[in-house]
Design a protein around this ligand. Structure first.
Ligand code: NDP
Ligand code: 8X3
Length: 254
């Protein structure tokens, strides 16, 4: 029997890295992508003792590079059945008026345009499989407003709604689509959000007992392994220590 092939975007860290490792443990062949080549190469070396691995340095914002990467796939990696659309980031957590426009564009280019680039290119391949799955990394920020989330949350709301809309078009094709919506999980996410400020990143997770990337990888594998007739539409998950808070009410002095 052949391997089932999974493509993971953003496999150099966090959810993508943990998912690639877990899929390899479960005998899937892997296409791993991300911008940091050294990390990709090291991961490919680690996993290729277990399963076939193809690694490609890729910036998902570059539609041409995404297209070329897929066109150049070796024959044995072409029948992709699982797409984990994971590459993404938040930049900044301050109020909207203090945010840089460049950061806003980077989030939109990565979380929205990048995810669309990869999905568009892979749809013909996925539709040709008897059974396939697209697992899109949205966020609790897609569903719940919080201060400082502005464009990040907006970009993830796009991912959640795009996932639901894709479901409509793909119904009957055998391609399942899931919007996975995690809350606080300790990865490099906050380090990136706070532009390399390790102390600030650490303070986010201090005393919280957040989700671990391996928890999310378990959920991703579980979604991918559902029987063909089951579609997990959306799945929101938080650490037990995270919950919603009150609406903000601004009162005047008198
Ligand atoms: P990490 O920062 O640990 O990992 C992000 C991954 O995305 C890296 O592998 C990075 O690779 C890749 N990436 C970023 N930009 C690009 C790009 N332009 N092209 C290709 N790859 C890119 O964060 P997480 O693992 O936590 O995040 C993964 C996803 O989950 C993101 O979409 C994030 O928004 C989402 N998420 C995270 C949550 C959390 O609390 N951690 C909660 C909910 C959702 P490289 O830098 O090598 O390109
Ligand atoms: C990241 C999760 O809670 O920081 O998507 O918005 S949160």
């Amino acid at each position: 029997m052949g391997f089932t092939t999974v493509l993971v975007t953003g496999a150099t860290s966090g959810f993508g890295l943990a998912s690639a490792r877990l899929f390899a443990e479960h005998g899937y062949s892997l296409i791993i992508t991300g911008r940091r080549s050294e990390r990709l190469k090291a991961l490919a070396e680690e996993l290729s003792v277990k399963v076939p691995v193809h690694c490609v340095t890729l910036d998902v914002r570059d539609a041409r590079a995404v297209s070329d990467m897929v066109d150049a796939l070796p024959e044995s990696f072409r029948n992709i059945e699982v797409l984990v659309n994971n590459a993404g980031l938040a930049l900044g957590a301050g109020p909207a008026w203090e945010a840089s426009l460049e950061d806003w564009h980077t989030m939109i280019d990565t979380n929205v345009t990048g995810l669309v680039n990869v999905t568009h290119k892979l749809l013909p391949i996925l539709r040709a499989q008897p059974k396939a799955a697209i697992i899109n990394l949205a966020s609790v920020a897609a569903n719940w407003a919080y201060p400082g989330s502005h464009v990040y949350g907006g970009s993830k709301a796009f991912v959640a709604q795009f996932s639901r809309n894709l479901r409509c078009d793909l119904a009957g094709s055998g391609v399942r689509v899931t919007s996975l919506e995690p809350g606080m999980c300790e990865t490099e996410f906050s380090l990136v959000r706070f532009k390399g400020d390790q102390a600030k990143s650490d303070s986010i997770y201090q005393g919280v007992n957040p989700l671990r990337p391996e928890d999310i990888a378990d959920i991703i594998l579980w979604i991918a392994q559902q029987p063909a007739h089951i579609n997990i539409n959306s799945l929101e998950v938080m650490p037990t220590s995270q919950a919603w808070d009150n609406f903000k009410v601004v009162r005047t002095a008198d």
